[in-house]
Design a binder for this molecule. Sequence first.
Ligand code: UT7
Length: 328
Amino acid sequence: MGITAVGAYAPAQVIPNAHYAAYLDTTDEWIVSRSGICERRHATEGETTSHLGVQAVRDLMDRYPGALDGVDLVLCATSSPDAMFPSTAALIAGQVGLKGAAAMDLSVACSGFLYALSVAQAMVAAGTARRALVIGAEVMSRVVDQQDRNTAILFGDGAGAVVVGPVPAGTGFQSFVLGADSAGGPSLFLRGVCGALPDGTPMGPYLEQNGREVFKFAVRILGDSAEEAMRRAGGRVQDIDWLIPHQANVRIIQAACERFGLPLERAVTNLDRYGNTSAASIPLALAEAVRDGRIQPGQQLLLAGFGGGLSWGAAALRWSGPAAGAGA
Ligand code: UT7
């Protein structure tokens, strides 16, 4: 079982760091040096998470004609769904010709895409589904307070999509590592429709983050989960050809590369242009590196995400897909 097709989409509206420096107490220099982010994309009014997801799936269909044949399960990882229900997955399915497919959203913050991939892999392996379409899509600009310099500068909007199905022997998924620990939950949270944190933490309408605490967690868990995923795959982190991490902060990715003894060039990074797109960030980075030919069949990939929960997920896989959008 593996990934047979990839696609991505980011809204056209570019928001450079200068946009925030114009009205918040921040600078381009601060944002770039602390996070590595230069600009991000924002959805325009009326553009929702399902719109972005549909565009990512259309990109996949253009690059891999026939890739949706046999897809009977659609999963969408998102923390900014159009609605609680209908699910964003069902809304996307209905617009890309997958009427009747099972569809559900997964809400695991920035780890959501890894969780969704593992669910897809398990459901296809169990015979519950033949093939699965897995999407990570977010309109973070609407759940982040654009007046809060601590968070506004970090997040952006985007979507990525992959198809999970049978692949040639010796390629595909080798291992998954998933976990969550609510002890760190108050460090990163977003209000639900009728919820509150169990410790009584008051919840405003927007995402809130203790950046320093999440940073420490992220550095530790990215290293630990990647090492464990490679160990379960029968290898070592030094075997990784491409690390495709959640795009939260380039300093977190640098720390992981240093720990593994990998050059930073072995990590796919695009947060300089998209910021943190939460559940969309990994498929957005994966699609970009497949498209430009960096990722080639036979290479060892390690996908790793972390975020609210606090949660984490990692997947080791040997890439089986065709190079650079050459068709499925
Ligand atoms: O995807 C979900 C997972 N999330 C993450 O992985 C995010 C993890 N955290 C981070 O990436 C970093 O902690 C940040 C980029 C959020 C912050 O960087 P930092 O180096 O940890 O800065 P800091 O939080 O220690 O803040 C340093 C100072 C503070 O001022 P004081 O307390 O030292 O006076 C902040 O108030 O920088 C201040 N600050 C800012 N200054 C200018 C915070 N935001 C800004 C800003 N511009 N936008």
